[in-house]
Write a protein that binds this ligand. Structure first.
Ligand SMILES: C[S@@+](CC[C@H](N)C(=O)[O-])C[C@H]1O[C@@H](n2cnc3c(N)ncnc32)[C@H](O)[C@@H]1O
Length: 241
């Protein structure tokens, strides 16, 4: 099993990240829909939606939202959310499951660069392109790896709900690797996160190989300009040729 199939679907992932910031997610969506001027009732695909925090908020703004994720547990949780024109299903972003359908395809909070080969990134981008309407728009919200690498904190140790998480981070062969050692009342588990350290140039190169175009890069959830030295995020907004 691949790391991302195992880790994101485990109960420990949900314990470790249970306090994910919903307010920040909502505020980001407010900035985003204003910036791209997303029309009322637009169709939105939240690609790798997790438990659906962005999807739900988008639906409260009147958009027609589909959230998809590979993790069955996350989708089960997401389905408990109530909203008009809001649906969730299990899907793999390596497959295209719609055609010319979405006015916005959003891939949020570092849900990219998980696969072993770079060519799978290209598959995901081509699927995004295929699922967008002709005048649709895409957003990829990734970390600013240049800053992440510069400020990498090697170790962490945290107790949540009686579970101990020991986390070590390193850069190896172009990947940012996080090892997570878990001690749950004496029972031990190990998971790993492995995300390709994709820079702005890597994204430009990848996107150039598709029929997508980059409209703008942003550097945080308030959509400030991207600056590799200081930005926390690398947020790419684009459209189709
Ligand atoms: C860092 S989380 C972000 C989740 C969500 N966007 C959020 O902001 O809370 C990454 C998500 O990508 C999903 N994922 C990983 N590989 C996937 C794939 N091949 N297809 C669809 N989703 C995938 C994981 O299950 C996980 O929910």
């Amino acid at each position: 099993m691949e790391w991302f199939e195992e880790w994101f679907d485990s109960k420990y992932y949900h314990i470790l990240y249970k306090n994910r910031n919903d307010e920040e997610a909502k505020s980001f969506i407010d900035y985003l829909v204003t910036e791209i001027d997303l029309k009322k009732e637009a169709k939105v695909l939240d690609l790798a939606c997790g438990k659906g925090r962005h999807s739900q908020y988008l639906s409260t703004l009147g958009y027609h939202v589909k959230g998809v994720d590979l993790s069955k547990n996350s989708i089960e949780e997401a389905k408990k959310l109530k909203g008009e024109h809001l649906s969730f299903e299990v899907q793999d972003m390596r497959n295209s499951f719609a055609e010319n359908e979405f006015d916005l395809v959003a891939n949020l909070f570092t849900s990219f660069g998980y696969f072993d080969s770079l060519s799978e990134n290209l598959t995901v981008l081509r699927n995004i392109e295929n699922m967008m309407t002709e005048d649709g728009c895409f957003v990829i919200d990734f970390m600013n790896v240049e800053k992440v690498i510069r400020t990498l904190k090697a170790d962490g140790d945290i107790d949540i709900d009686g579970v101990n998480f020991k986390i070590t981070r390193r850069i190896e062969q172009g990947n940012i690797i996080k090892d997570i050692h878990i001690n749950d009342k004496g029972e031990k588990f190990h998971f790993q996160e492995k995300v390709q350290a994709l820079t702005i140039d890597n994204f430009k190169e990848l996107i150039n190989k598709t029929d997508l175009i980059i409209d703008k890069f942003y550097g945080d959830y308030k959509l400030s300009n991207f600056d590799a030295d200081v930005s926390d995020r690398l947020i790419i907004v684009g459209s189709k040729w």
